[in-house]
Write a protein that binds this ligand. Structure first.
Ligand code: AHG
Ligand code: MN
Ligand code: MN
Length: 341
């Protein structure tokens, strides 16, 4: 990775705003606040393994609170960090069935925040990378009033910003406002996110495919044929590689940097797959498309799906353009065959 200019996240966001005169500086403020919440969650996540030990000695965590499940901890931190800055009219979280209203005592803003506070939670106890995913929309209902479900249920192409935080060997924040994808690594020495991946472009093709092959029994034929093709052919004279971490943020981050494809498909048990449209698939698809890749549900762009429910699921195939083109052709052929018989 070529050395990057010494640039903090806050300065990068501000410089990005200058390039877009219509921006009001609000986006920079709310993204900076998000990065603050990311630092707090990172601190807690990075000592998750110790929490049981601390808990065992009866200590509470550094915030003097009863040790909570990390999902709920991250959920509460994000709400507390984001609900009073005057940027949002409404929020929505994977951990909350209904929309999250802004307390009356706080100023109502013009943005909407949708988030998955902790993604990949099944991996926490195994110390495998997990993450936070966020999606930002502009409200569609009149300013000044509390936001509604209508402000949340907008197609993904209307996002104004999206990104994720990856709590891995280092903590990274990757975001886009639709003008390029930028990665920042947290320097714990002075608590700043520093630009480490400048203007990420996903490779046009790739050798890595990422899918939970444990669901093979329920796959549709088109997908089976595609995977069989990968397993019986080579790419650049080398075999394809299977990589599956089981945390969407980690699998998508690797796909973004190395190329290839990540899939959570529809299958005979789950016709809509498993991943949620509003706070997993839309933000990740916005990032991948902004980096030059593709993201489909098998038939159309993820970003064009008209949402009906806050927690609706969608199949997803995302990554390098040529990889998604290929799986799309297998799925289309399968549809045509089904239609034919
Ligand atoms: P979450 O922890 O927010 O519920 O998300 C888990 C998701 C996603 O991170 C990952 O891609 C997928 O679950 C893995 O599912 P399987 O274990 O069924 O493969
Ligand atoms: Mn998730
Ligand atoms: Mn989650």
């Amino acid at each position: 990775m070529k050395p990057t200019r010494f640039m903090t996240l806050n300065r990068h966001i501000l410089e990005g705003e200058k390039m877009h005169p219509e921006a009001t500086g609000e986006l920079s403020a709310l993204l900076s606040q998000l990065s603050m919440a990311a630092k707090v969650i990172s601190l807690e996540v990075n000592k998750a393994g110790l929490v049981d030990i601390l808990g065992f000695t009866g200590d509470s965590n550094v915030h003097g609170e009863q040790v909570k499940k990390l999902d709920m901890f991250a959920h509460e931190i994000l709400i507390r960090a984001m609900d009073h800055g005057g940027h949002f009219c409404v929020m929505a979280s994977e951990e909350e069935e209904d929309i999250i209203r802004i307390p009356q005592k706080h100023k109502i803003g013009k943005y909407v925040l949708l988030f998955d506070p902790l993604d990949g939670s099944s991996n926490i106890d195994a110390n495998v990378s997990i993450g936070t995913i966020f999606s930002i929309l502009k409200r569609v209902t009149p300013d000044g009033k509390p936001g509604t479900i209508e402000d949340c249920l907008q197609e993904g192409y209307k996002q104004v910003a999206a990104g994720y935080v990856l709590y891995g060997s280092s903590t990274m924040l990757v975001y886009t406002t639709g003008h390029g994808v930028y990665g920042f690594t947290l320097d714990p020495a002075f608590g700043e996110f520093l630009l480490s991946h400048d203007n990420i472009q996903i490779p046009e093709n790739g050798r890595i495919y990422s899918i939970n092959e444990g669901n093979y029994l329920y796959w549709h034929n088109g997908l089976k044929k595609y995977i069989k093709y990968l397993q019986s052919n080579t790419y650049d004279d080398k075999p394809y590689q299977a990589r599956y971490i089981g945390s969407m943020v980690a699998d998508v981050h690797r796909t973004l940097l190395y190329g290839g494809i990540f899939m959570y498909p529809a299958d005979k048990r789950n016709p809509n797959g498993k991943l949620r449209l509003m706070y997993e698939c839309n933000p990740m698809s916005f990032l991948i498309e902004s980096a030059g890749g593709r993201a489909i549900d098998g038939k159309r762009r993820i970003l064009e799906i008209v949402p009906k429910d806050l927690h609706q699921r969608t199949p997803i195939y995302l990554g390098s353009k040529k990889c998604v083109d290929l799986i799309e052709s297998y799925l289309k052929e399968d549809e045509e065959n089904k239609g034919g018989n």
